[in-house]
Design a protein around this ligand. Sequence first.
Ligand code: SF4
Length: 918
Amino acid sequence: MSKAQNVFGTLRNFDLGNGRQGALQALPQLEKAGVGPVSRLPVSLRLVLESVLRNCDGQRVLEQNVRALANWQPTGPRTEEIPFVAARIVLQDFTGVPLLVDLAAMRSALARLGRNPKLIEPLVPVDLVVDHSVQVDYYGTAEALGKNLELEFNRNRERYQFLKWGMQAFETFKVVPPGIGIVHQVNLEYLAQGILSAPSTINYQLSTIFYPDTLVGTDSHTTMINGLGIVGWGVGGIEAEAGMLGQPVYFLTPDVVGVHLTGALREGVTATDLALTVTQMLRKAKVVGKFVEFFGPGAAALPVVDRATIANMAPEYGATMGFFPIDAECVSYLRATGRSEEHCRIYENYYRAQGLFGMPQKGEIQYSVELELDLAMVVPSVAGPKRPQDRIELPNMKREFAAAFTRPVTENGFGRASADLDKSFPVSAQAGFEAGGGIRHGSVVIAAITSCTNTSNPSVMLAAGLLAKKAVERGLQVNPLVKASLAPGSRVVSDYLERTGLQQYLDQLGFNLVGYGCTTCIGNSGPLPAPVDEAIGKYDVIAASVLSGNRNFEARVHQSIKANFLMSPPLVVAFALAGRVDIDLSREPIGQGKGGENVFLKDLWPTLPEVRDRMEAALKPEVFRQLYRDFAGQNPKWNEIPASGGNVYAWDAGSTYIQEPPFFQKFELQPGEIREIKGARALGIFGDSVTTDHISPAGSIKPTSPAGKYLVERGVAVEDFNSYGSRRGNDRVMTRGTFANVRIKNLMVPGTEGGVTRCFAGKDCARPPGEPVSIYDAAMAYQREGTPLVVIAGQEYGTGSSRDWAAKGTALLGVKAVIAQSFERIHRSNLVGMGVLPLQFKEGTGARTLKLDGTETFDVLGLGPALKPQQDLTVRLTRANGRVETIPVTCRIDTPIEVDYYQHGGILPYVLRQLVCP
Ligand code: SF4
């Protein structure tokens, strides 16, 4: 039990509504005490301030931190860092397993040093939801769910055994087993409480202190919970580990962009259309690294499920959060999803006592910038073919696909001749597979109702079911080329789709249930039918996917599909019926009905009353209570998995899934010194928008890749490779998979795709210098001769999902610095967290202007013990002809604590040393 801090005299009681009193750190008292004008701060910042105030202990969190945040200036300089102690942590299995591997490795390191391994123990509750591992191998049949689950357990048995070890080894580590749902939907519907409490002593008296539910998660879309007025965002696994072990998550004081919402969505416009509109608008407004807070009458009128859809896409618009303040809608949602009456009363009373209840109106709060959006202006939209911010109004889809078809690849197009657009290609027949009428550019080959973004929102899921019903009644069918699937983020969705009788119509169109997990959204779309895949490869077809997800970067959805469009679930069904994306659904028929008559989208689109009538079936508290209890009892396959015991994990050298990583194997109690980097070689030179998926792919492993060869050498059959995401517990696979995305383009080897580079390692390398070789092989050759490496990149390096293996793999390949034109927020901090130096070119400079081709060597000068955040450094470039140039760069170690992390070789060695020698 902790002693409540009362540095500013802000501890107060409030009425719990059940005749009892609870304690809180009262933010209004802070203002009364003259500390700062707290009541004018954005709500999201006040919630962070509560955490800073409550954890102000003079060590991790200082009085100065409270004062600085309480006096936040809307347009002030952003130099102060905020130490944020999150109340809990959520993980998904792709990121959670490697995180648990790191914790286990730290325990092993302590055991080797003769220290108590139990020093490594999460200090806050940690929930891991197993959602990323289910793949769509089976579809279009009633057995798909069971068979996919069976395969998932077969493929992931070792990982699940390891998770079970973690459940018994760590006291506050809980697992939601496979087959239950998607982490962010499970968080919204079940894990999130909105208000938390802990026993505490106040003036030597036993009391209960209440505080806002806040979290960080090892998944970018953790922001979805912002829709319920909860502060939380995605962090790298390494930061989450530090957070678990008592370190605050540090971030630069943000700008807060207020988005004033007015009006209401028109008939026929969905929350997905709104989310895509907001994404495009906020990308243009450059909100990267900022908090976004929605307010005004339009925000107040949106139900929590719509707010959550918009909040979910915060990473796509680049914001740290897309936050909606707390109001009566939040209470209604908590009540409707099975939280108790007493809990809802405490929740409301707490936020009223804090002056934080109710949607702010214009003029009440000072934001850094205010933007306006009239919801009535939103129109049906999709986004693609390669980026979520490239919104297309539905009637323009045909024109936009044709434009993208011929646009250069460098401008997010496909660089094809317009004469090729209308060509059609044969697809060979195969037992059990009808070839249909052949395949064209723009043919839909995957249609997936997927992703927590949308499956947590009953209005769009019911709309998909209603559209399917009308289509079936009109006699429409889905082309056999389309691999259709339905993968909700919780079993509640199936309950209401069954209850409303709509699932049967989705089934008839092939949208059978395939699993409760991320599936297509994370690229686990499973194989296409062989004849389709062959035809795409043979004729180089620009095939399309349509999905209700939030990401559509190349090769994310499926390696063979180049055009990927995000859209609402009812539009996914509509495009599956149309069978192609180059269609104007506002004018052209979607298909022909029973009598040969043309059927248009408007004939099938559900009306608002039709959706509203069925909404009651969707939010039944007793269903949530029943489905979110006794996971183990409801999941016999999980129960069958054996668990090993003990506080220290018994590593199995033969495992191809779980290996002890090298991060702590030579751990020393004293850190080294910061030194200049000398004589480095370029491992890769990349263009703009290199994603974390390019750096560390999550999808399938090619047998001919270094990771594939490693697995084959260890007797793993190709069909048992599983995905990179599922093998993140094995650093040997992941290091070999770094930069191994089949679509990554290394400009050192122009005209190629995949993880290839030129290697100039001298001794100990059999190949002639400069010959193309895999990035992994080159990195190992450089490591053998002790040559440090750098990576050169363009704008937005590391954009996309938070993926700590993108930084871990980079570090393990021997990369000492990444020099980019700009960095994505989480990846930059992950690089520092792994001891890799992020350096930023000055405006107007980059690989192209410097004419770099990889034959150069690089020295990073000015690095030393006196390193300061964002200090200017110099890169000395020596060209192949001996000419030397110096380039000024900014060191993107942004905060003082990051200097410490860098000096210690990363955040985890830093934390471990703090624990061992506090
Ligand atoms: S469904 Fe998609 S967005 Fe949601 S957690 Fe899974 S991968 Fe992330």
